[in-house]
Design a protein around this ligand. Structure first.
Ligand code: 5GP
Length: 137
């Protein structure tokens, strides 16, 4: 399957759609999930156009996981998270709904997790959580 450059995350990367951003550099963007599974649910995406982890070049994967760790630490500190679930879905059969590779960071316990991408979050509340994470970076 070819990479679709009209997917939502490609459009966020190009600035065509808004996002509540928490971190950006030349290779990676981190932003808040619009339909969070738990308060503080964030997404980390490489800027490399790849559909899933399986077709992401290894060097981009290696760099992205470093930023995943950085954001996870900021979530732990900024939101006083007791646990963080790292989720990465590759392929529609696995539940992937946006065809640009991304890592979910969900401050929660696996036992408390609801369904993902199920219900729109309160965007003002999400902005407050994003500021707390950014302050801890
Ligand atoms: P996936 O199902 O592909 O692993 O996860 C995609 C995630 O992207 C879901 O958790 C969903 O809530 C989130 N999402 C979908 N559309 C948007 C959007 O337009 N903006 C943001 N910030 N998140 C989105």
């Amino acid at each position: 399957m070819a990479y679709d450059d009209q997917n939502i995350f490609a459009r966020i990367l190009r600035g065509e759609l808004p996002a509540i951003k928490i971190y950006e550099d030349d290779q990676v963007l981190a932003f808040m999930d619009i339909m969070p599974q738990a308060d503080g649910h964030a997404l980390v995406i490489p800027k490399t156009p790849a559909i899933s982890l399986l077709d992401l070049p290894a060097d981009a994967a290696a760099y992205t996981i470093q930023i995943v760790q950085k954001i996870a630490k900021a979530i732990e500190t900024g939101l006083d998270a007791k646990g963080i679930v790292l989720m990465q879905l590759s392929g529609t059969a696995a539940g992937q709904t946006v065809p640009h590779v991304h890592f979910h960071l969900i401050p929660s316990s696996v036992h408390e997790l609801g369904r993902h991408a199920a219900q729109m979050g309160d965007q003002e509340k999400i902005k407050v959580l994003a500021e707390k994470i950014k302050a801890a970076l």
